[in-house]
Design a protein around this ligand. Sequence first.
Ligand code: ATP
Ligand code: MG
Length: 295
Amino acid sequence: MGLAKVLRAASGLTDRHFNVLRAVERSSVRGKLARVESVARAVKLSEGYVEKLLGDLHDASLVWSPMGRRSGYLLTYAGLDALALGVMLRRGIIASVGGEIGVGKESDVYVADTPEGERVSLKLYRAGRVSMTKYRRTRDVPSELGSYLAASTRFAANEVHALRILSGAGLPVPLPVYRNRHAVVAQLIDGRMLVKARSLPRSPEIILEELLRAVRDAYLAGVIHRDLSAYNVLIDSEGRPWIIDWPQWVSRDHPNGLFYFRRDVSNLVDFFARRYHVEIPPSLVEEFLKSVTQA
Ligand SMILES: Nc1ncnc2c1ncn2[C@@H]1O[C@H](COP(=O)(O)OP(=O)(O)OP(=O)(O)O)[C@@H](O)[C@H]1O
Ligand SMILES: [Mg+2]
């Protein structure tokens, strides 16, 4: 379902709908179906009324009942989106959402507008989306869903944590604006993925040099990206590189930190050698790695 539709659904919900949706969320993250009786107790409304509210949420695809309505309800990703967007709307973080700018395996990225008319990025994590569509037995869904919802929120929190540290250190990463649940609002970078850039506004040598400096400074700030590649670098119109997509970062104290750091650096160096014939002697790369990690 499109996010604009979710946003419309979220803006049309009453506080009672939100309370019911939150009660379903609390069960879902624990891997349990939410039955009408227990939701009614939680929100202190009659079962008949809660049944009607759940019917509205079901019609808007914010909850579903994999084993029939009697057995209870689970949250959908659209429902999780509605909860997060509902908070962001109420707090004036965003006013509307626009088009999709990126679809990954486990996240969707949109442009959004703030009430002040500024454009920002909105990333919504969808952990388990790939495997959830493949599940066989419906009775396995609740517990899997619970861990996926929790994982999505964890990824979002991890990413914002890294972005705070790195933007605080002045590194070229999107400035984080706000997070709720699995949703991250950040600075919108006006750029193209390095891997898709047809021509670069500046020399590839300088761009690689800036990237390596950023990767070094991130390491010195304690952060290793761990999934660095030309897919996670955006090049803006002035040819400046920005590093995005940080949910899987590890601290430099991680037992495999050196391995991950080396791999991130190699991915960049190899890409520039392959695509732009920027040849850096292996001994120089080794020297760089040593100078950074033994600093
Ligand atoms: N702050 C941003 N500004 C501009 N565009 C962005 C921003 N964040 C993400 N994007 C766009 O969305 C795409 C996907 O974002 P990102 O790399 O963060 O997640 P992902 O690759 O989808 O995650 P996954 O690893 O789950 O597939 C990027 O390639 C980029 O085009
Ligand atoms: Mg990515």
